[in-house]
Design a protein around this ligand. Structure first.
Ligand code: CP
Length: 295
């Protein structure tokens, strides 16, 4: 049975602390050679997740092989499970996958003697992005216990929210969400959210750290907002709101400028957006190393 990472809910605190220590070591330049072959099964597009995983593989001496959207035999009807068996028969040690569907339940896949790493499945989980967000906040603030962390935007469709919010809460943060009522899940109980705002200006006053999320129109099954222009006016990070931020802001990317955030402030001194991207390589090295060596 291969060890894997499909959901952050399968990680305990000790494992996350170990992953953070590996992340810090790799960021400081630790060298390791794992050897072996790693398959990328990406049925959705990606810039930062794909390239940071590829770079992480290279730095760990793992050879990577990429199958992009519309390139695998899943297009011809082969199931995800049979695809994993095929990749295993081809001799791969690890499969890093990004898929448009929710992989749940997934325990059956972890029975396979191959390691699985989730790079984003539908609206379910994006565990390495969650770790990036937590570790980047820990770098910037020292600790997140008691930190008021506000998620803004399309909470309903966000797999990043489902991973990041869980991790922040596990480490003692207070959670707030703000967005159109249509884009906030009816049941927030799995996330133990402390505050729900429909007014962004009050939410910003409350928050120590704000995390904007992308409006995921590709997942919209109906019209959730009247227009992108009105959404930006109500929930976007404008220059004026940026002045009033008490702390940093983050965004997992990709950013839709003038929908999520005004372009001139995207890389301001309050922005951790590029730090999140940079940290992605070291988080993914840590996860690959942990999965393949048991820490
Ligand atoms: N944050 C994130 O998953 O970005 P990509 O879609 O570019 O990989």
């Amino acid at each position: 049975m291969g060890k894997g990472l499909i959901s952050v809910r399968d990680l305990n605190k000790e494992e996350i602390i170990l992953l953070r220590s590996l992340f810090e070591d790799f960021k400081r330049g630790r060298k390791e050679s794992l050897e072996g072959h790693c398959a990328f099964l990406f049925l959705e597009s990606s810039t930062r997740t794909r390239l940071s995983f590829e770079k992480a593989c290279n730095l760990l001496n793992l050879r990577s092989y990429y199958l992009g959207p519309k390139e695998s035999s899943i297009e011809k009807g082969e199931s995800f499970g049979d695809t994993l068996k095929t990749l295993q028969a081809l001799g791969f040690r690890v499969v890093i996958f990004r898929v448009p569907f929710v992989l749940f339940p997934y325990q059956q896949y972890l029975e396979e003697p191959i390691s699985l790493i989730n790079a984003g499945d539908g609206t379910h989980q994006h565990p390495t992005q969650g770790l990036i967000d937590l570790f980047t906040a820990l770098e910037a603030y020292g600790k997140v216990e008691g930190l008021k962390v506000l998620f803004v935007g399309d909470i309903l469709h966000s797999r990043v929210f489902r991973s990041s919010a869980y991790l922040f809460k596990l480490f003692g943060a207070r959670l707030g969400v703000c967005g159109p009522k249509t884009l906030i899940p009816l049941d927030l109980s799995p996330f133990d959210v402390d505050m729900v705002f429909d007014d962004l200006d009050s939410a910003i006053e409350w928050a120590d750290l704000c995390i904007w999320l992308r409006l995921q129109e590709e997942r919209f099954k109906e019209q959730f907002i009247p227009s992108k222009e009105s959404y930006f006016l109500q929930f976007g990070l404008t220059k004026e709101r940026h002045e009033r931020l008490k702390g940093y802001f983050m965004h997992p990317g990709p950013v839709n400028v003038y929908v999520d955030i005004e372009s001139q402030i995207l890389y301001s001194d309050k922005s951790l957006v590029l730090r999140q991207v940079e940290n992605g390589v070291y988080v993914r090295m840590a996860v690959l190393y942990w999965v393949l060596t048991n820490g």
